[in-house]
Design a protein. Structure first.
Length: 352
């Protein structure tokens, strides 16, 4: 197998990049093998392939190939300015019908790391696994992919696979809520409240709820979630606004602003995180205001985190002031100024 690096001019994400997620096809293998030398750290691999680097090339070749009708895979694809297709990542399951389990592998190319492709590839794969009656999805993850995997309902064991910080993570379909039992066209407010209140109990439900609510009448979905957000239950309020951010994007700014003005420190911290997800012109100026004005150390620490996620160079002057003057710490005692220095380093590195 040969490997080649993709030219940066044809692989760098742009604001108007259109990415399509589609099923893996047998004729995709040659194109996928060409980016084997350009893979990022954004990956999920079955434990046995993480354990021995010598097996990685064989694994990648197998990942690209549909071996049987039981196999399933998805690729992320975009087109350059000349209309030429380019593959950016893939997600593949190796089904074992004898055990009703499956091993999962995922790879993203370096220039597209951190652009949300893992999320977009995992969603259809998890849905496919559920439809096929898979009881468990198994893979190996390193940080920060452990965070992504756990967001999709994978649970981490506490025994590392090696000295490189790799852990086995497993998504079980034997527990949880099957949203196929609910009709988006006629769901009641009582059922909406039950589903939202279940998000913390069942890891991974949020991702499935996002897709579910896309099929609910938009006005009705917003009405239900808004009522829950303004209700008395703090946990449901938090989950409701999280779904509003996912569904409405920048249009969810009024709810996020309410979080930032809430008396509860936890809500203000969450508001900073939500702001980073909106990708709108108000995001960075509002986070900078929080960094300057919020009296809570925890909230200012969250603002630094969010500014790093935004990656905007305009935040550097304020972060330098924070690194120089802020003597606060987060809830674990980590200094805000140290976090600001790290954010400056990472933002600068990303913008080179």
């Amino acid at each position: 197998m040969t490997s080649a690096h993709l030219p940066p001019s044809t692989s760098q994400p742009t604001e108007d990049s259109h990415v399509e997620i589609r099923p893996l096809r047998p004729n995709d293998e040659p194109a996928l093998l060409t980016f084997a030398g350009n893979l990022s750290e954004e990956k999920l691999r079955p434990p046995r392939f993480f354990a021995a680097n010598a097996l990685v090339p064989d694994f990648f070749s197998k990942l690209c190939r549909l071996d049987s009708t039981q196999d399933a895979g998805f690729v992320a694809q975009t087109k350059d300015s000349k209309g030429k297709s380019q593959l950016l990542g893939l997600c593949r399951c190796f089904f074992n019908p004898k055990t009703n389990s499956a091993e999962l592998g995922l790879e993203i190319i370096k220039p597209w790391q951190g652009e949300g492709l893992s999320d977009r590839l995992l969603k259809p794969m998890i849905a496919t696994a559920r439809e096929r009656g898979v009881r468990q999805l198994i893979t190996g993850a390193q940080a920060p992919m452990i965070t992504i995997a756990t967001r999709f309902g994978f649970l981490m064991n506490m025994i590392p696979l090696g000295s490189d910080g790799t852990f086995t993570v497993v998504r079980s379909f034997d527990r949880g809520i099957d949203l196929r039992k609910y009709d988006p066209a006629s769901i009641s407010k009582t059922d909406v409240k039950f589903l939202v209140s279940s998000m913390r109990e069942w890891p991974g439900l949020k991702q499935e709820l996002e897709d579910f609510f896309l099929e609910v009448d938009p006005a009705y979905a917003v009405q239900c979630l808004d009522e829950l957000f303004h209700g008395p239950d703090a946990e449901i309020r938090s989950d409701a606004v999280e779904l509003l951010v996912s569904l409405k994007g920048p249009d969810s700014l009024p709810w996020v602003e309410e979080c930032l003005q809430d008396d509860d420190v936890g809500f203000r911290c969450a508001g900073c995180s939500f702001l980073a997800e909106l990708h709108c012109p108000e995001t960075v100026p509002r986070l900078l205001r929080v960094l300057r004005e919020d009296p809570s150390d925890w909230v200012r620490y969250s603002a630094v985190d969010a500014l790093e996620r935004c990656g905007d160079m305009s935040a550097i002057p304020a972060l330098k002031q924070t690194a120089k003057n802020d003597r606060g710490t987060d809830y674990e005692g980590r200094p805000i100024r140290d976090r600001a220095r790290e954010a400056i380093r990472r933002i600068t590195q990303r913008n080179r």
